[in-house]
Design a protein around this ligand. Structure first.
Ligand code: ADP
Length: 163
């Protein structure tokens, strides 16, 4: 059983995240999309809202043999991965700027859990500048994020801005 976790804030899920999920499908039997409850960040969406959105979007993915599961966690990614008996942590790399941070995290996670390997997948060119933060900034200032986040996410962002 090749089980991976794909950890992140997913505040909110973007088409860049979806691209990484799709690229991971042939590599694993099961992927747990692990929504981090980061107590330090002030999110746009609660963890429950983020998980629900992802669960609603997942049926649109043709996942073939690979099971896709949504879960949330707090604390160390390495602990969560070990508790779930995952053998890999999937992360996306967009640009060189991601690399330094990701390298540090991967080496630390390897030190904590040597049997768990971090697997880096390269972002699709068309989403390589897409981040949840940029989507929130642009959207909040009235810009269009169409085509960069799933339609459901865009609708939920619109609902939030009306509150
Ligand atoms: P975190 O706060 O842990 O970085 P994110 O939700 O921002 O969480 O990202 C989760 C993972 O998805 C990270 O590995 C990040 O590099 C990757 N990722 C984010 N946006 C994109 C994108 N547009 N293309 C590819 N990977 C991405």
């Amino acid at each position: 059983m090749r089980r991976a976790i794909f950890p992140g804030s997913f505040d909110p899920l973007t088409n860049g995240h979806l691209d990484i999920i799709k690229r991971s499908l042939p590599l694993f039997d099961e992927i747990i999309i692990a929504v981090l409850n980061n107590l330090e960040k002030k999110p746009m969406f609660s963890v429950a809202e983020r998980c629900r959105m992802i669960e609603e979007i997942l049926p649109e993915i043709e996942n073939g043999e690979c099971s896709l599961i949504v879960d949330s966690f707090q604390g160390l990614t390495a602990d969560f991965a070990r508790d779930k008996s995952a053998t890999a942590i999937v992360r996306g790399i967009r640009a060189v700027s991601d690399y330094e941070y990701e390298l540090r995290m991967a080496l630390m996670n390897r030190r904590l859990e040597p049997q768990i390997e971090t697997v880096f997948l390269m972002a699709a060119e068309e989403y390589s500048y897409v981040s949840s933060n940029l989507m929130k900034q642009v959207f909040t200032l009235g810009g269009r994020v169409e085509g960069l986040v799933p339609e459901l996410v865009e609708a939920k962002m619109r609902d939030k801005s009306k509150l």
